[in-house]
Design a binder for this molecule. Structure first.
Ligand code: ADP
Length: 519
């Protein structure tokens, strides 16, 4: 990909900045050829990858090198986009919001600094992948479990910073963050919580410190580069008990949420179950052309034939209880009784005991097969996810489900959705799968996305996370008091980052230097 410079930077200054970076990390870790730039583009982009083309990438090996690069970025006034592993697939992968931004690739910093069995935490550098941490825990027989997202190709740190989630009782990944080391946009370094004391034994035990608590200020933000993260891990339970069921009708998701939410809130259910439409299962295993060659979205009768052939319902639900055998059995009884009010079906029961193979346990076991869904449309596949947060009840869930499905059908895209239930809210991930080279289809997807953001904003729903192409749209929907939140974010941004060097435009937060680039 040919060089696109960041705004206000001439080629000579840009080159000088790269030379200065090479002085810190070595020439081989400054990646600035056309091929390098191509490598850091959004590999799943919905037809608009060039609008986020990076100018180059630089790969430091330590926090000190990160500090040096950030200081040089201030000197030359070039923007940086930090990534941990850059596998933020469906949300922009490694690519920056603003074209020309230099990717600060922290993938070489991949030390597992500490794992503490007694207190259940680990301390990680940003490049540690879910597979790396899993292998470390397994090889060292450490009885701590991770929370992993459906696609676990990325890093533990990047995913927690983006508020990714998994399905164990520790499933809200951002909530497990406890104590970080951060390089600020000026190159200064801070440690959050009690890490701000130089000798505290509590850095990864007690989140708050003294005064304002900063960990979450650096999640989904462009206020700093995280170079170390403390993260709580779950003690391995004695046993788990899984309850699986196929729900035959589209509206069954409503009563299922109504029954499960109080049980999730009162702790009978401790994890975040995902209720996903079963087409996703089929789409990960077969191409669409095997079932349907017509125009428009997959018709309901074709879908029914497919689901019947695979013995699937409209939705699949997979619950998991963790703890002591007797307690799990008692909780399972309560859940079964709640479901018996609506269906004659029995749950399929899956049991696991300590010592059994971990694969079937309900632990976070990293996998990437969820990504196979992108082959559904043929060609070079890709996906984006539209993911609003809703109150966890049938009224909101069914209204949102029907209106989203209708929008998909209007535009001729197949509906894939899931509702993941948390204690008080549900996250509704709606995937849009496409062949990236089908420009008519990717254009439809981009249009659909904008319509969905606008529909959701009318209901007062925000997204829990979004793709780099839509960050301004989502940020704009936070409109209370004439966008007071944007004023707050940008006041802090300008104070911390006077030259606007860190991730301009991330989450719709623009430093004053680049505010004109807002979409
Ligand atoms: P993954 O873990 O999936 O590989 P990425 O590395 O792509 O995740 O990170 C996703 C996004 O999170 C990045 O685009 C960036 O905005 C933010 N991010 C990731 N790592 C860091 C970090 N160490 N410091 C600050 N922001 C980060």
């Amino acid at each position: 990909m040919p060089l696109i410079l960041p705004p206000h930077v001439d080629e000579k200054t840009f080159q000088k900045a790269l030379d200065a970076f090479a002085g810190v990390v070595g020439r081989q870790w400054v990646l600035a050829t056309d091929e390098d730039r191509y490598t850091y583009m959004d590999i799943y982009a919905p037809g608009d990858a060039e609008t986020h083309t990076p100018g180059a990438a630089v790969g430091p090996a330590s926090a000190e090198e990160v500090q040096a690069i950030v200081r040089l970025a201030n000197e030359y006034k070039v923007p940086l986009w930090p990534i941990s592993r850059g596998k933020n697939l469906g949300y922009g992968a490694a690519a920056p919001v603003m074209p020309g931004t230099i990717v600060l690739d922290l993938g070489r910093m991949k030390k597992i600094i500490d794992v503490d069995e007694r207190y259940g935490y680990c301390v990680l550098e940003p490049g540690v992948g879910f597979f790396d941490l899993f292998a470390h825990l397994q090889e060292n027989k450490i009885p701590l479990w991770m929370s992993v997202p459906a696609n676990a190709w990325g890093s533990v740190v990047g995913n927690a910073l983006e508020r990714g989630y998994g399905y164990t009782p520790y499933g809200e990944n951002t909530r497990n963050i406890c104590g970080m080391e951060i390089v600020l946009p000026t190159g200064d370094m801070v440690r959050t919580g009690t890490g701000a004391m130089s000798n505290s034994p509590n850095w990864h035990l007690f989140k708050y410190g003294f005064g304002p608590s900063w960990d979450q200020v650096f999640a989904q933000s462009n206020f700093g580069v995280v170079t170390k993260m403390g993260m709580w891990l779950m003690p391995e339970p004695e046993a788990t008990l899984g309850l699986r069921m196929q729900l035959p009708n589209p509206d069954d998701v409503g009563w299922a949420i109504d029954e499960l939410q109080p049980l999730r809130l009162n702790g009978v259910l401790q994890q975040n179950p995902s209720i996903g439409n079963s087409l996703r299962v089929v789409a990960s295993q077969t191409p669409r052309s095997q079932w349907y060659q017509g125009d428009g979205a997959l018709p309901d009768d074709v879908l029914r034939t497919i689901l019947d052939e695979y013995h699937l319902g409209w939705w699949g639900i997979d619950l998991r209880l963790y703890g002591y055998d007797e307690v799990n059995e008692a909780h399972a009884k309560i859940i079964k009784a709640a479901f018996a009010k609506h269906t004659q079906q029995e749950f399929e029961v899956v049991k696991w005991h300590r010592g059994d193979p971990i694969q079937n346990s309900g632990a976070g076991v990293p996998a990437t097969n969820a990504l196979q869904i992108i082959n559904w449309r043929g060609g070079r596949g890709g996906h984006v996810g539209f993911s609003p947060v809703l109150p966890a009840n049938s009224e909101h869930v069914l209204r949102q489900f029907h209106s989203t499905k209708k929008r998909y059908e209007e535009i001729g895209v197949d509906y894939y959705g899931s509702f993941t239930l948390f204690d008080r809210y549900a996250i509704n991930v709606n995937m849009m799968v496409y062949d990236r080279d089908d420009h008519a289809l990717t254009k439809k997807v981009r249009d659909l996305f904008k319509v969905l953001v606008a529909d959701a904003a009318k209901e007062g729903y925000s997204e829990y996370r979004t793709h780099i192409s839509f960050m301004d749209d989502v940020a704009l929907s936070f409109d209370y008091n004439n966008h007071a939140m944007r004023r707050l974010n940008e006041t802090v941004k300008d104070a911390l980052d006077p030259n606007g060097v860190l991730a301009p435009g991330k989450q719709g937060i623009w430093p004053k230097t680049y505010r004109g680039s807002r979409a």
